[in-house]
Design a protein around this ligand. Sequence first.
Ligand SMILES: Cc1cc2nc3c(=O)[nH]c(=O)nc-3n(C[C@H](O)[C@H](O)[C@H](O)COP(=O)(O)OP(=O)(O)OC[C@H]3O[C@@H](n4cnc5c(N)ncnc54)[C@H](O)[C@@H]3O)c2cc1C
Length: 235
Amino acid sequence: MYFEEELKVIDRWKYLRQSLFRNEEPEVRLVAVTRPVQDYEDQNVTTETLPAFTARQSHESKGTHADDLRLNRKLIEWGHDTPLQAVQFVYQVTGISKSLAGQWTRHKIGIGWTFRSTRYVKASSNTFVYPALEYIDSEDTVREVYSVYEEEHRHALEVYNKLLAKGVNNQELRRLMPVGWSTSAYVYINARALRHFFKLRLAYAAEWEIRRLAYIMFNRVMDVSPSLFEDLVKK
Ligand SMILES: Cc1cc2nc3c(=O)[nH]c(=O)nc-3n(C[C@H](O)[C@H](O)[C@H](O)COP(=O)(O)OP(=O)(O)OC[C@H]3O[C@@H](n4cnc5c(N)ncnc54)[C@H](O)[C@@H]3O)c2cc1C
């Protein structure tokens, strides 16, 4: 597990959120990754070594699996990033806020999403992502703040349901909801773009929720292709 301490800091009040009104915590699943077809798997090419294997075109060279892992690291060191586009990841992410979605979708290159549509999906069963409030030390204060958020969330849903009963459409009703309203998405991203996302969003300068997401996404991908991302831990 990477960034364990950082995650612990952000989620220091997670236990207080468990029983809050319609609280949802983030979950991240790695759904799919690019995999070489059988002929290339038979030559020991794996998801992880695809960048180096394809980059060898420039010298028409061949290497062992271990050579290709080493070459991956070299490509990254040299900034020879294009071969990283050989590997595509698909994640499913739930329990993130609309606020996070607004920041995330500013990333444009090598990344795309399918988000839950609040035009088609009713809000009646929807949840909220409460703030972490990790910078507040007093548990009593945090409890008080969370109860104000709860109040606002209950109120927003009450108004939502009131207008729903009058026949107002979902696409107008969603305007009533706070940016802490939860959403979920499948995200499609190649290894090059994922590294760029990590560089910006694992950094302390990044906002806490997208940083928390980046930590979790990072851990998932390190299970599959560590040589493509491990240098970012040191940085
Ligand atoms: C800590 C932090 C704070 C931020 N605060 C704000 C804020 O207050 N307000 C705000 O509006 N946004 C803010 N952003 C968003 C930021 O400005 C970027 O839009 C976002 O991080 C996406 O980065 P990107 O453009 O590098 O990524 P991508 O869109 O994925 O682009 C990847 C790379 O492709 C290249 N590229 C992409 N588009 C172009 C282009 N049109 N021309 C030339 N090269 C291009 C660049 O090299 C870029 O780095 C913030 C981001 C961070 C990390």
